[in-house]
Unconditional design. Structure first.
Length: 63
């Protein structure tokens, strides 16, 4: 049974897309190298008038 690594980090909403794309590329490379299933979770938070909200993008990479 292969282990699953999880990376979580929080970024501002303005940077979420750029960070997601860069992290996805790096994580895909890492997952290929170690031959594991991997999940990447990116959280973007922003203060809104209604309060904070969280955005989660989950991705999996398999070799």
């Amino acid at each position: 049974m292969k282990s699953i690594d999880i990376i979580r980090f929080t970024v501002s909403v303005q940077r979420a897309v750029a960070v997601r794309d860069a992290a996805k590329r790096e994580w895909d490379r890492h997952a290929r190298e170690i031959g594991q299933r991997a999940r990447l979770e990116i959280y973007a938070r922003a203060d809104k008038k209604e309060g904070e909200y969280e955005y989660c993008q989950s991705m999996s990479g398999k070799s």
